[in-house]
Design a protein around this ligand. Sequence first.
Ligand code: 5GP
Length: 196
Amino acid sequence: MELLKERIRKDGIVKEGNVLKVDQFLNHQMDIELLNEIGKEFKRRFTDKKVDKILTIESSGIGVACIAAQYFHVPVVFAKKSQSVNLDGESFITKIESFTHKKTYDVMVSKKYLKEGEHILIIDDFLANGCAVNGLLDILEGAGAIVEGVGIVIEKGFQDGGRLIRNRGIQVESLAIVDDMNAADGTIVFREESVR
Ligand code: 5GP
């Protein structure tokens, strides 16, 4: 998605430790007009899919998932993170290691909001090693829900998450894939994609 890549080139900041900061338009201040275009693009890429709900994870996936949901006309469910959750049988629970915080969280979704046979699209802001998406896939498997695909705003293609999830036969659509980035000089190299 060219508009997104231009914005990353203009406002993205490459940090040490393979972290791309996009606080100017996605992770702190949010550019809603850009998020609208991102939402439309997700709808275009998953237009042939039956989607009953969008699943994301707090906190940074929520904004983009909500805007995308307006084009799918479905609710958003966000997985909640906490240090420890009650194993009361009322929730689907998994563990996720946070890439940015280097911590492991319990992540839960109430059984009220995820039912067997529901068709789910996962949306998140970043895909790095795939821990967040894998955790959400675990939760969906526990629920017996049907995974329709994974929509990602920015994938870091030099990390393994995208390849691992695609190898499981899941459709992953990343609107910008960064194949290389350099904290010393700030360069960002995007994967060339055929226009679809
Ligand atoms: P993963 O679980 O795939 O390793 O990492 C994805 C999660 O970590 C995303 O939900 C995102 O919040 C965060 N993340 C991973 N890499 C980056 C990055 O380079 N920049 C930012 N802002 N967040 C990242």
